[in-house]
Write a protein that binds this ligand. Sequence first.
Ligand SMILES: CC(C)(COP(=O)(O)OP(=O)(O)OC[C@H]1O[C@@H](n2cnc3c(N)ncnc32)[C@H](O)[C@@H]1OP(=O)(O)O)[C@@H](O)C(=O)NCCC(=O)NCCS
Length: 152
Amino acid sequence: MNETITLRPATMRDADMLLDWRNDPETRKASYNTSEVTKNDHIAWLTKTLDNSNRRLFVAEEDGAPIGTVRADLSEGVWELSWTMAPYARGRGVAKRMVALLVQQITEPIRAEVKAGNVASARIAEHAGMKFNQKIEGVLHYSRDALNEQEA
Ligand SMILES: CC(C)(COP(=O)(O)OP(=O)(O)OC[C@H]1O[C@@H](n2cnc3c(N)ncnc32)[C@H](O)[C@@H]1OP(=O)(O)O)[C@@H](O)C(=O)NCCC(=O)NCCS
C-alpha cells in the first residue's frame, strides 16, 4: 500500500540533512556543480534560499519521516523544478509521487532540466506530466504548460 506523502517548507533545522543528501555521490553526479559542498557554503545557501521570495524549498515526508526534497525557482513566470531523494528512500517509486505532488499544486508553467543518462529523473518528469522538448549539450529539457482553471 502507498504511504502518505506530504510536502512541507524546509527550515534551517533541515540544514544537516539536506547537506548529507546534497553531498551524496549520486546527487553530485546529477548536479551541474559536482563538487562537494562545505557546511559553511550550505548554510549560506540555505539562509539565502529561505529568504528568496522567488524560490520554494520543500521537504517531502512519508508518514512524518523525511524522504526527499524538491525545489521550485520562479523566473519570468516559469517554475523550474529540481529534486533529490534521500539515499535511503530511493528505488521505491516515492520520488515520482513526490514530484507529481508538487507539480499538481502549481498552475503556472513548469520546466525541469535532467542530465542525459539520469533515466530515473526523466521518468519522474514524464510521470509528473512534463513533456520532453529538446536535448542541449547533454541536458534534457522538460516542460509543462500552465494549467487552466478546470485542470487546476
Ligand atoms: C533520481 C532520483 C530522484 C530517483 O529517485 P527514486 O526514488 O529512485 O525514483 P523512483 O523510485 O520514484 O523511480 C522513478 C522512475 O525511475 C525508474 N528508475 C529508478 N531508478 C532507476 C535507474 N537506476 N535506472 C533506470 N530507471 C530507474 C523507476 O523504475 C521509475 O520509473 P517507472 O515508474 O517507469 O518504473 C534519486 O535517485 C536521486 O535523488 N538521485 C540523485 C539526485 C538526482 O538525480 N536528482 C535529479 C536531478 S534532475
